[in-house]
Design a protein around this ligand. Structure first.
Ligand SMILES: Cc1ncc(COP(=O)(O)O)c(C=O)c1O
Length: 443
């Protein structure tokens, strides 16, 4: 092995003589391009250094005077790591719990093959929050959707009586459930699928928010359909909010045909849409649901599947598992992420600040009727879509916002999603809206 020396913390962190604090934004880009995979194309000339407060990132940019390796500026975070940081960056309650746990309680990691005392707390908190019978911890969001897929198939064979090997899982067009082979098999995004086949069989897609299409498929194939696995509001597709009566009708159809409703609440859960879980906005309850992202309070990756006894109960020892799913530190982090969600009333703030933001968007739509086509959102999962015109480029808007010290990222060509931490205040919402107004005005 070649020699390797690692020393220091933060900017002093030095790997083989290269000190992180000496790197320009261009140096970071060069190292990532030379040593990393090519599966991301981050914004140019900006590198996040640390956080200022719950909604503000400190970033490094090139020095216009070209004297220093970089300058630092504050960036108001309009994305909150795709809803992983609903509780706000470095939430004090969660940080205190982590520090206390590691320094005083002293139990970072043991496997699930031996009991640890924090699992009980995690299960009590997560079943109470979700109002579900049972919960299985995992690590990333995609593992939650993957596990829902497996649970639905096994339930289909063992409980519903689907002939072996013939189970069908129905998904929605435009979905996003992550990047595993199963999630990619469910996807209809050519970029996500290209070169990764053959895909997992037993999948059918219907248009999202089309109850007739769903009923037609259920009528044709209900004997073999185990579940409709779907996001309550499609996040990555550009915040696609279905008609108000869609979910009650879907829930009724699923019951009628004995098909599981498996909701992917990885992005919509944990207060994001103005309720603890988006399905609660529609007065329905899924049979199983997947949670992730903010389940770990922006501190650790934590995900889980919550569900009815009859469904989760199909798993037996040896049929599922995860080294880090529900390990002691993750259990503690998740318990305190739930505590903050509930006690700090994050869903209520999401509703309040989301209405404020949507009002701004609607005003912008009136001010720029030739530029903004549609405004969408629930709580603080919001987006505006521009008309299909090369001039109205979402990427250009995110670059413009960056100049205004606001971080937001386009989804697809012409849609901008704004989904800040649920701790955001009224002044910061006005700041985001003001920046968008300037940028759109200049397009
Ligand atoms: C609805 C949904 N499901 C699953 C995932 C995958 O989560 P992760 O990237 O943590 O695997 C995402 C990520 O954006 C998501 O939005």
């Amino acid at each position: 092995m070649s020699t390797l020396s690692i020393a220091g913390y933060g900017d002093q962190l030095t790997v083989n003589g290269i000190r992180i604090g000496d790197l320009s934004t261009a140096d970071h880009e060069t190292i990532e391009k030379e040593k990393g995979g090519r599966n991301y194309d981050p914004l140019k000339d900006v590198v996040i250094s640390h956080v200022r407060n719950s909604c503000t990132l400190v970033c490094r940019k090139p020095d216009p005077e070209k004297i220093l390796a970089f300058i630092e500026e504050d960036l108001l975070d309009g994305l909150s790591c795709y809803s992983a940081v609903n509780q706000g960056q470095l939430n004090q309650t969660i940080v205190d719990a982590v520090v206390h746990h590691l320094s005083k309680e002293k139990l970072p990691t043991v496997p699930r093959s031996i009991r640890h005392k924090y699992m009980a707390a995690f299960l009590l908190a997560s079943t109470a929050l979700t109002e579900m019978d049972r919960v299985i911890p995992k690590v990333t969001g995609v593992e939650a959707s993957e596990l829902m897929f497996k649970l639905a198939r096994r339930w289909g064979y063992q409980v519903k009586g689907i002939p072996q090997g013939e189970a069908i899982i129905v998904g929605a067009r435009g979905n996003f459930h992550g990047r595993s082979m199963t999630a990619v098999s469910l996807s209809d995004d050519p970029e996500a699928r290209e070169g990764f086949g053959p895909f997992v069989p037993g999948i059918e897609l219907v248009p999202f928010n089309d109850i007739v299409a769903l009923e037609t498929l259920f009528k044709q194939k209900s004997e073999c359909i185990a579940a409709y696995l779907v996001e309550p509001i499609q996040g990555e597709a550009g915040v696609i909010v279905p008609d108000e009566d869609y979910w009650p009708k879907v829930a009724k159809l699923c019951k009628e045909y004995n098909i599981l409703l498996a909701l992917d609440e990885v992005q919509t859960g944990f207060g994001r849409t103005g309720a603890h879980f988006a399905h609660q906005l529609y007065g329905i309850k899924p049979d199983i649901m997947g949670c992730g992202k903010a389940a770990g309070g922006g501190i650790l990756p934590v995900s889980f599947v919550a569900g009815r006894d009859e469904v989760i109960g199909v798993l037996t020892p040896g049929s599922e598992g995860s080294t880090f799913g529900g390990y002691p530190l993750a259990s503690v982090v998740s318990v305190f992420s739930i505590k903050v969600l509930v006690e700090d009333k994050l869903a209520e703030n999401a509703m309040l600040r989301g209405s404020q933001l949507l009002e701004h968007f609607n005003n912008l739509k009136s001010e720029f009727p030739d530029k903004i086509k549609e405004v969408r959102g629930k709580g603080l999962l919001t987006a505006f879509e521009m008309f299909d015109d090369p001039k109205l480029d979402g990427h250009k808007v995110s670059l413009g916002l960056l100049k205004q010290n606001v971080y937001a990222k386009e989804t697809h060509h012409s849609t901008l999603r704004i989904a800040p931490s649920l701790t955001i205040n009224a002044v910061q919402i006005d700041q985001i809206a003001g920046a968008i107004q300037k940028v759109i005005g200049n397009l």
